[in-house]
Write a protein that binds this ligand. Structure first.
Ligand SMILES: C[C@@H]1N[C@H](CNC(=O)Cc2c[nH]c3ccccc23)[C@@H](O)[C@H](O)[C@@H]1O
Length: 442
């Protein structure tokens, strides 16, 4: 019997994180929109590395922030815009330049499958207010302008065609078509953005149409929910769960409710007793930044290390791609997705469907860490030795027969000092993370 949720916080709090989200571990975030046309941002910092003040917002590395970055009237993006498009060129003009002429959603979905992702989250409306779906509430959308198609619907169909789950991102509290005072600090971002009741209703109505049209498995709201619309949330979220029984929502609804908490680069905190999700771009941006070449984005080893350390601590990794305006995915981004998929092809049994172990991760040095996951009565030992070709570590309190999952990993184990000593001589195809299965949990 399907549970019915009432539009009360008490009823919503009965919702459990569904097994697919606990098991899925790895998702692909996609930031695609008008900002993908200029595709420019300075490469400055990771979010959380510097305070979210004027320095951050006038040198914003997020290419999807291009509208605000040129709107502040100074800084690298403003200079770039004036030089390339001219001072009088309006951001809205990108709406007729974005053609997505080479876009093949089925190709994207095949790549995400090969990457070993279990879910996908696509921007439906970012802070610039441009909608990638045929919204009834604005003509500033991709079925009326630019691509002239239902981007959200076409990708949803392709992703589901590969048996992956489709999630939708919505910029709840910030929409620069309603309020576009230049944002130069977090107060502007969280509190004064889009202050009207009219906008709160707009956000509520668009969220309802997204739920009713696409039944997304993830409703990923960003930054916050319009304060004037907080009273709408119990109804919106109960409607969501009554429409999508195994749906999940994140923690960006003004700290009122969540299924999972979020980290973004260095921002946010994670507590391994709760389900959480780490999101980041491959470089410093979510939207495509044409300046971010192969050497400027996360290495394959670091991406795999991030996935392993996130999963071992009860998190999912939502790794972002920023496609080009024409619908192609930059080769350097595709390369990383395929490498993660290969690693998961060999070591996935320690990841998918696993749960974090009572054993906490052990940090031997900055380069050498050991993580643990458990699944079906087996304990997995994931030895991450960044940049090393060989490594020896003793894990205390372990005993039993440890078998590497990758047949090409050359390693042996010995019982010493009440622990198990792992000596890895060759990491095989597993980049810098060798995974062992112990059939008895000690
Ligand atoms: C996925 C990225 N999210 C950014 C907004 N992020 C934040 O406001 C920072 C943040 C980190 N953890 C949070 C928890 C609650 C609310 C905001 C955040 C957006 O500004 C970026 O453009 C991109 O879409």
């Amino acid at each position: 019997m399907k549970k019915r949720y009432a539009s009360t916080w008490e009823s919503l709090k009965e919702h459990q994180v569904p097994q697919w989200y606990e098991d899925g571990k790895f998702g692909i975030f996609i930031h695609w929109g008008l900002y993908s046309v200029p595709a420019f941002a300075p490469q400055t910092w990771e979010l959380g590395e510097v305070p979210p003040d004027e320095t951050w917002f006038s040198n914003n590395p997020y290419a999807e922030w291009y509208y605000n970055s040129i709107h502040v009237g100074y800084g690298p993006s403003y200079d770039y815009h004036v030089k390339k498009y001219g001072k009088d060129f309006k951001y809205e003009q990108f709406a007729d330049m974005w053609k997505a002429e080479k876009w093949n959603p089925a190709e994207w979905a095949r790549l995400f499958k090969k990457a070993g992702a279990e879910y996908v989250v696509l921007t439906t409306k970012h802070h610039d207010g441009f909608c990638l779906f045929p919204s009834k509430y604005t003509d500033y959308n991709a079925s009326k302008r630019g691509p002239q198609r239902d981007i959200v619907g076409d990708l949803t169909d392709a992703v589901r065609g590969e048996n992956l789950r489709m999630g939708l991102y919505y910029s709840g509290i910030v929409d620069w078509t309603f309020a576009d005072d230049p944002i130069l600090n977090n107060d502007d971002l969280f509190h004064t953005a889009s202050p009207t009741f009219a906008y709160a209703d707009y956000a509520y109505n668009q969220s309802m149409e997204l739920i009713d049209r696409y039944a997304p498995s993830v409703f990923w709201n960003d930054i916050g929910w319009p304060r004037q619309g907080e009273h709408n949330l119990p109804y919106l979220l109960s409607h969501y769960y009554n429409t999508v029984e195994d749906g999940v929502v994140n923690d960006r609804f003004n700290d009122l409710y969540y299924d999972f908490t979020t980290k973004e680069y260095q921002s946010g905190s994670a507590n391994r007793r709760e389900k959480w999700e780490m999101c980041r771009g491959m470089g410093l941006s979510f939207g495509y930044n044409a300046m971010e070449s192969d050497d400027k984005i996360i290495s394959i080893e670091d991406a795999i290390s991030l996935l392993v350390s996130t999963v071992a601590n009860n998190g999912n990794l939502l790794l972002n791609i920023g496609p080009r305006a024409d619908g192609t995915i930059p080769e350097e981004q595709e390369k990383r997705l395929l490498a993660i998929g290969e690693w998961l092809g060999v070591n996935g049994e320690a990841i998918y469907g696993s749960r974090c172990s009572s054993r906490e991760s052990i940090k031997y040095t900055d380069q050498i860490q050991v993580h643990f996951t458990e699944r079906d009565g087996a304990l997995y030992v994931l030895i991450d030795a960044k940049g090393k070709s060989q490594v020896s570590v003793t894990v205390p309190g372990l005993s039993g027969n440890a078998v590497p999952l990758d047949p090409k990993v050359e390693a042996d184990t010995a019982k010493i000092d009440g622990g198990l000593r792992f000596t890895v001589k060759n990491f095989g195809d597993s980049q810098n993370v060798a995974v062992f299965r112990l059939n008895r949990i000690m």
